[in-house]
Design a protein around this ligand. Structure first.
Ligand SMILES: [Zn+2]
Length: 224
């Protein structure tokens, strides 16, 4: 039944009925304009049942930060090893090449692991961005990481860059492309031909990186 596969969202702003994947909640929303009947909206969804089923089936499984989980970190695989010890007073984290050792008294230290990874993401993205900015003789006034749903990066007119911390889980070429994209905005604030030429120049593998973000970017939401 299509009614069991989608979540109805009434919308004041929507002009047309639409099906939209929410990669965080891992549901497909049926966005219904206020004036449309639910019956009509469901019949629209019914016509796209095949797409709904396929999209839900293709959702990559969630990847919580639990003991033994292997997560990609800037293109390398890192295993999370959690060692519980009730006698500990605080949680510590030591990162070796391919292993992150978490010593903790907490039952679920996943929030602490997220905080640690966000710091790593900030450092890694800042390094990549400043390297690229140097090539074009530009300065980044500040760089922050956020937990955004749909925008992976942004650049303000005064040179402030912002990235989703989740980019760290993408393949290297994809991260590199997003960083190149935002750094190229330090020169061109639009998506003109000149912008894309610069973005391509600053990317190590523009085609693959862009393709990955467009087709798999949603998968970054499954971590944590
Ligand atoms: Zn852009």
């Amino acid at each position: 039944m299509i009614e069991d596969l989608v979540t109805v969202k009434r919308s004041k702003r929507a002009k047309r009925v639409a099906l939209r994947l929410d990669p965080i909640e891992r549901v497909i929303n049926l966005v219904v304009p206020n004036r449309m009947s639910i019956k009509k909206a469901y019949s629209f969804a019914q016509q796209h049942e095949e797409w709904v089923i396929k999209t839900l089936d293709n959702l990559a499984p969630p990847m919580p930060f639990t003991d033994g989980a292997i997560i990609p970190v800037f293109g390398d695989s890192v295993m999370i090893k959690i060692e519980h010890n009730q006698a500990l007073k605080r949680t510590t984290m030591k990162q070796y090449d391919d292993i992150l050792i978490v010593k903790t008294y907490m039952d679920d230290p996943s929030n602490r692991i997220t905080a640690h990874l966000k710091k790593l993401a900030h450092k890694g993205l800042a390094d990549m961005a400043s390297e690229k900015a140097e090539i074009i003789d530009k300065t980044i006034s500040s760089l922050s990481v956020r937990d955004t749903k749909t925008r992976w990066g942004s650049c303000s007119t005064d040179g402030r860059l912002s990235f989703s911390w989740r980019l760290m889980f993408a393949p290297y070429d994809a991260i590199d492309y997003v960083v190149a994209h935002e750094v190229a905005h330090l020169v061109y604030m639009d998506h003109s031909k000149d912008f894309w030429a610069l973005c391509r120049n600053l990317s190590s593998n523009f085609v693959e990186g862009k393709y990955w973000m467009q087709n798999h970017g949603n998968e970054l939401m499954r971590y944590g």
